[in-house]
Design a protein around this ligand. Structure first.
Ligand code: BGC
Length: 267
């Protein structure tokens, strides 16, 4: 990174129930102040979510923070567009999301999948930092997000929340939202997560699994109930991983010539 690179950036994480954001201290790889959030609008159309993102940007006093803004989105992202929308309004499918946020925020924006953002943050400065093997980051929220990082390189676009599990879409049964919706207790929910993790483990052979999302704050309630043959640890950045990762990605994804880089982590 050149010496005139920004020291702070804004990271915004769009979720099914709220948009969370923070000012990210790039050197520390952490939030520089308390995270802020606004409720995800209903319907969660591009126009309304972009307006909510602007509200959040203003709450964070984004005008005083230079550089591009990183935005994490809960769906497949490619070439600045959003291609799936499992937990937000269907009108995001095919939407030029990066441009929509750029217009709303008046800043260059780098868009990344929310789980990929959390994965980058956990691999770079979180629970997977310095880990040499395959780190699978799974976020349990409205859906289940997944990111696979090997030797600091992210394989973008992994959608393991949409695997079939017991005749249903896995995230419909084992997300944190499913726990709330069905009023499952910890043993009931963790039994589903256990089946899911064993299934995913056979497909990906992770050396380490990092679990994120707000429910990772209760890790002591459910991690001991799992029976898997790989280590599972809570996200060190907790529910902030998506916003931190989006902010860090906004910088690593922008080369000095303004061209996007690959999703390789900054060294
Ligand atoms: C989406 C993923 C996203 C995950 C967590 C899933 O429904 O398909 O792209 O990462 O939810 O938000």
């Amino acid at each position: 990174m050149s010496s005139d690179a920004p020291t702070h950036v804004i990271g915004i994480d769009i979720g099914g129930s709220s948009l969370k954001g923070g000012v990210i201290d790039v050197g520390a790889g952490a939030l520089a102040g308390p995270p802020r959030s606004v409720v995800t609008p209903e319907p969660s159309t591009p126009e309304l979510v972009a307006t909510a993102a602007r509200e959040l940007f203003d709450l964070l006093d984004g005008a005083s923070v230079g550089g591009p803004v990183g935005v994490a989105f809960p769906g497949v992202v490619r070439d600045g567009r959003t291609w799936t929308a499992a937990n937000v309004d269907r009108s995001w499918v095919g939407a030029p999301a990066e441009s929509i946020f750029e217009e709303a925020l008046g800043r260059p924006v780098r868009l990344i999948n929310d789980a990929d953002a959390a994965g980058l943050a956990e691999a770079q400065v979180g629970a997977g930092a310095g880990f040499p093997g395959s780190v699978l980051v799974l976020t349990f929220g409205t859906g289940i997000g997944s990111a696979l990082i090997h030797d600091r390189h992210l394989v973008p676009g992994l959608e393991l929340g949409h695997l079939e599990l017991d005749g249903a879409v896995a995230e419909h049964r084992a997300s944190a939202y499913a726990k709330r919706r069905e009023d499952l207790d910890w043993p009931e929910w963790s039994a589903r997560v256990d089946r899911y993790l064993n299934h995913v483990g056979r497909l990906v052979s992770p050396d380490l699994v990092v679990v994120g999302g707000a429910i990772s704050a209760d890790a002591e309630q459910w991690l001991p109930l799992l029976h898997v043959d790989f280590p599972v640890v809570p996200a060190r950045l907790g529910n902030d991983a998506g916003a931190v990762g989006a902010g860090l990605y906004a910088l690593t994804a922008t080369a000095p010539d303004g061209q996007p880089r690959t999703a390789a982590l900054a060294g």
